[in-house]
Design a protein around this ligand. Structure first.
Ligand code: PEP
Length: 254
């Protein structure tokens, strides 16, 4: 069974102005110098920067993604952005169901699934986030919670070329805490096995499962070496090109 090509995606969240282009430019320079070998690299800046980044990065291997989308094509949804609008601005992917969206905007898995469908309708790759809270982990409910989120959020047309799963324990996001490597491995194996229950072998083994939660240059190598970890979704450490390149270059050194 061939391993999927890894993906390292940077989620800038609500950070970045037009002047932040210089970080994207430095990232492109580092990639051109060989640090991005053997890995797909993506930046997900705020929606206001997608058009600028997509056009500036069009001659590079760096992909651009959105951080959220609405499930509908258009209409009376003030402040929301349709998947088609992200695609029109040059994005090729969108994160859906990030725990900050699930918590801050009350997005349940059925909403996440409809957003993933919208992403596919627009020709975007959907990066679907799942992950347990600290209380759920302490109760021993991690696998149960991840299973329920995955079943509820995975669209019925999910395939290896249009869907990525990101396992992001909520308590590890932005905290500097990470699960043990055994715990990461257990959840990723579980997600793979759930995908095998739902999809045929080729699609289930080809869907990339990213780990996210306090990934830094110093811990990336050990996390990325865990079986069934096919890359990373990176928040804070993706804001500075040097740190992000430190994570991406784990794969160039393989
Ligand atoms: C994230 O928000 O997706 C994330 C993983 O954040 P951080 O890397 O900062 O923990």
């Amino acid at each position: 069974m061939t391993q999927p090509r890894p993906l390292v995606a940077g989620n800038w969240k609500m950070n970045g102005l037009r002047a932040s282009w210089k970080e994207a430019e430095s990232l492109a320079e580092g990639m051109a110098a060989g640090k991005g070998a053997n890995v797909d690299v993506m930046l997900c800046p705020p929606a206001t920067l997608i058009a600028q980044f997509s056009s500036g990065l069009k001659d590079t291997d760096i992909l651009v993604g959105g951080q959220d989308c609405h499930s509908e094509l258009s209409g009376a949804h003030t402040g929301d952005i349709a998947a088609e609008m992200l695609a029109d601005a040059g994005a090729s992917a969108v994160i859906v169901g990030h725990s900050e969206r699930r918590a801050d905007h009350g997005e349940a898995s059925d909403v996440v699934r409809s957003k993933a469908h919208a992403a596919h309708r627009a020709g975007l790759m959907a990066i679907i986030c799942v992950g347990e809270t600290e209380a759920e982990r302490k109760r021993g409910d991690t696998l149960k919670v991840v299973s329920a989120q995955l079943s509820g959020s995975l669209p019925d047309d999910a395939r290896a070329d249009n869907t990525v799963i990101a396992y992001e324990p909520v308590w590890a996001i932005g905290t500097g805490l990470t699960p043990t490597l055994d715990d990461v491995g257990e959840v990723h194996r579980h997600i793979r096995s759930e995908l095998r229950d739902k999809l045929d072998e080729e699609q289930a083994s080809g869907i990339r499962i990213l780990y996210g939660g306090s990934v830094k240059p110093g811990n990336a190598a050990e996390l990325m070496a865990v079986t069934d970890v096919d890359g990373a979704l990176v928040g804070g450490a993706s804001l500075k090109a040097d740190d992000f390149l430190g994570i991406i270059s784990v794969y160039a050194e393989k």
